[in-house]
Design a protein around this ligand. Structure first.
Ligand SMILES: O=C(O)CCC(=O)C(=O)O
Ligand SMILES: [Fe+2]
Length: 340
């Protein structure tokens, strides 16, 4: 059998006390009453033609580091099907889900939070992690065959996510006054999409336990399908936490560390976290756009001059750097930032 310590779903189901390694002893200054963020809603279909929409995109990504994308070519009905297969998968009996279990030292598959160090606090979440694009990167042994529609819906979703990513990365480039392909070219044809289904069971101690600890994504960008009715995601701005509102037909898109680096800090990779809930479970689906590991990622030349020097070193295989720093409880971005 693969590597699996007890899933959070089992812990929650048995109603046992929350194990020590999930608990933030001094509380986490958890604030489920955080104010709601005024996160911009961007019409993705307009980004190619409307200078105004492009300006709003730039403003969103340089302040919050994220936006709610609508008019992305997927209907609400379709997005709800994606939510439904995720829900159905996590509802399966444990023995069935274990067919797709993550193995030690592998990131793909089904399992709970990966333990990287002894002092680490664990996230109150179970996950299914899959490489979804390009096609030849898929390891189908981790792809559920139950529910029956899972694979076909995720094949389609991965193509949609790839095309939305390209549209958004092109618009991001144009909003900075650069050629539209500069992000895509820097990230390379070997760029990949990984999907992470996050399942957050009901938690008896939302005051002491987090669904996902504060982090910024190591991606170029992340495309998140939120639960259609249960909140939980929060973003930090000016040292304060804000709740992300739910728009069921939107995909929430945020900047990751690598796009912050390429943009020489024009776009912000926001710190975010997920709080737990004592009444309702929550499911989300994050799709990570990951640049080719062999490509050098650094600030675009067009964004560097005497008045605005390069703020970041060039990095390569950032995912590795990310885990090394994360393990030490450090913000991975420190590796790239040039201190003055
Ligand atoms: O569940 C969410 O809303 C966000 C999850 C997240 O931040 C991640 O998977 O990186
Ligand atoms: Fe994240």
């Amino acid at each position: 059998m693969g590597y699996l310590s007890k899933t959070v779903q089992e812990l929650a189901f048995r109603g046992e006390e929350v194990p020590e390694n999930y608990i933030y002893k001094d509380g986490y200054s958890g604030d489920t009453n955080a104010p709601v963020m005024e996160i911009p809603v961007i019409d993705i279909g307009l980004l190619g033609t409307s200078a105004e929409e492009l300006e709003r995109l730039k403003s969103a990504l340089s302040t919050w580091g994220c936006f709610q994308g609508v008019n992305h070519g997927m209907t609400l009905e379709y997005l709800n099907q994606v939510r439904e297969i995720a829900k159905q998968f996590f509802q399966l009996p444990l023995e069935e889900k274990q067919k797709y279990v993550r193995e030690e030292n592998d990131i793909e598959g089904y399992g709970n939070d990966m333990v990287l160090s002894e002092q680490q606090k664990l996230d109150w979440t179970d996950r299914l992690y899959l490489s979804i694009y390009p096609e030849d990167q898929r390891r189908l042994k981790f792809w559920p065959e139950n529910p029956e529609a899972f694979r076909s819906i995720m094949y389609e979703y991965s193509l949609k996510m790839q095309s939305v990513s390209e549209v958004v990365l092109k618009a991001m480039a144009r909003s900075l006054g650069l050629g539209e392909n500069c992000f895509l070219e820097q990230y390379g044809e070997g760029s990949k999409l990984h999907a992470r289904f996050n399942f957050y069971p009901i938690c008896p101690r939302p005051d002491l336990v987090l669904g996902v600890k504060p982090h910024a994504d190591g991606t170029a960008i992340t495309l998140l399908l939120q639960d259609e009715s249960v909140e939980g995601l929060q973003f930090m701005k000016a040292n304060q936490w804000f709740k992300a509102p739910i728009i069921p037909e939107a995909v929430l898109i945020n900047v990751g560390d690598q796009a912050e680096i390429s943009s020489n800090g024009a776009f912000k990779s926001p710190v975010h976290r997920v709080v737990t809930n004592s009444e309702r479970e929550r499911i989300s689906l994050a799709v990570f756009y990951i640049p080719d590991l062999d490509k050098e990622i650094g600030p675009f030349e067009g964004l560097i001059d005497e008045s605005r020097p390069s703020l970041y070193r060039t990095v390569k295989n950032y995912v590795d750097i990310y885990f090394q720093y994360y393990q030490q409880g450090r913000r991975p971005m420190e590796a790239a930032k040039i201190q003055d």
